[in-house]
Ligand binder design. Structure first.
Ligand code: SF4
Length: 361
């Protein structure tokens, strides 16, 4: 395990807007107001999202005058790494400082051919799921466009400093927060992600995970900007209310499944159902059979996650035998099921754990 920290944000940034918070069209308006033709926005956009400029003064294919005007009227403010941990399995967890005491987490998970990054969409979370440390913190605030996508820029810098050939290829919105409760900034971020002169991620490489929020889930499902994952975690309403009280009461399980049937899916697309196996709570063979039954009319696959016990939360990890038996019942009934390996166990890689541990220090 390693730890490091980068430099703190400059305090001298006043009320100037953060260029990373602007969508491409907002950036076009911004450069037009500075007296420049709109096409200059494309150059600035490339400097921000492809070349990693830390200041407008670095944008050397712009005139000196334009660089100076940009520098006077805007800043480039990235999240700052306050803690970096690397697990023995290669998982990297970053605790990021957004200023004014607001912190978030992002995790980089090495796969065979690439890294997957788990992004946060909010600082804290209002949903209060009882197995999640972020849920115990409550919501601090929504993240901006620049704070959501800035996590990717920070991650790329970290990966560039490592001795690895793997690049960042997949993004999952499964970090802190409920993405669909920060819908406008999420949508704007997803649109920016796909910009060919910017970060240029294919929508097939982006997954948004939600507990199920209406109308956002339908709007997102119809927008085609990424794959949908739904946090289910229980095969019946009563248990879901215990595990995810706010989400389950706001949108009961039967209604959630009805909504999901309305989401248009292309022939090879599926909805992913996330199911965290909690020892002795939702991991019995009967519950696996109940899960098969409720998913029988939805085009979906199941992603099982063996819970990492977290200090202060009343749940245990499932036994390996229970995990295997649960998975087998789903397989035998024809459901595509994957078991997500619990990576980064030694660095608190589950949602909200690092930030909570650091608050406890
Ligand atoms: S599991 Fe997700 S939605 Fe639930 S409290 Fe944690 S961050 Fe929020």
């Amino acid at each position: 395990m390693t730890q490091s920290a980068n430099a703190p944000a400059s305090p001298d940034q006043g009320d100037r807007p953060n260029l990373l918070d602007l969508s491409f069209h907002q950036l076009e308006d911004f450069v037009t107001r500075l007296g420049e033709p709109p096409f200059r926005a494309r150059q600035v956009w490339q400097w921000l999202w492809q070349k990693g400029a830390a200041s407008p003064l670095e944008m050397t294919n712009l005139s000196k005058e334009m660089r100076a005007r940009l520098d006077e009227s805007a800043v480039i403010r990235l999240p700052v790494i306050s803690k970096q941990l690397q697990s023995s399995d290669g998982t990297i967890k970053l605790l990021l400082d957004l200023g004014e005491g607001v912190g978030i987490e992002t995790v980089l998970i090495p796969e065979k051919t690439h890294y997957t990054q788990c992004l946060s969409s909010q600082a804290g979370c209002a949903m209060a799921c009882t197995f999640c440390r972020t849920g115990q913190m409550g919501l601090t605030r929504n993240l901006t466009h620049g704070e959501i996508l800035g996590q990717i820029l920070v991650a790329r810098t970290v990966l560039a400093s490592l001795d690895t050939k793997l690049s960042l290829r997949n993004l999952v919105f499964m970090g802190m927060g409920e993405p669909l409760l920060n819908y406008n900034n999420l949508l704007q971020s997803l649109e920016s992600l796909h910009h060919p002169q910017g970060l240029d991620f294919s929508s097939r490489r982006v997954t948004v995970s939600t507990v199920g929020i209406v109308p956002g889930i339908l709007e997102f499902g119809r927008a085609g900007l990424g794959a949908l994952a739904v946090s289910l975690h229980a095969p019946d309403q009563a248990l879901r209310e215990k595990l995810m009280p706010k989400a389950a009461k706001a949108l009961p399980l039967d209604k959630l499944l009805e909504v999901l049937k309305k989401i248009p899916l292309k022939p090879r697309e599926n909805i992913t159902f996330e199911y965290v196996l909690l020892g002795g709570v939702n991991d019995s063979p009967q519950q696996a059979r109940d899960l098969v039954r409720i998913l029988s009319h939805v085009k979906g696959k199941v992603n099982l996650i063996a819970y990492n016990a977290s200090p202060g939360l009343p749940y245990d990890a499932p036994s390996p035998e229970a995990v295997e038996a649960f998975q087998k019942i789903l397989w035998d009934k024809g459901i595509t099921v994957t078991l997500r390996k619990s990576k980064g166990r030694d660095i608190f890689a589950a949602c909200g754990q690092l930030l909570a541990a650091s608050a406890d220090e």
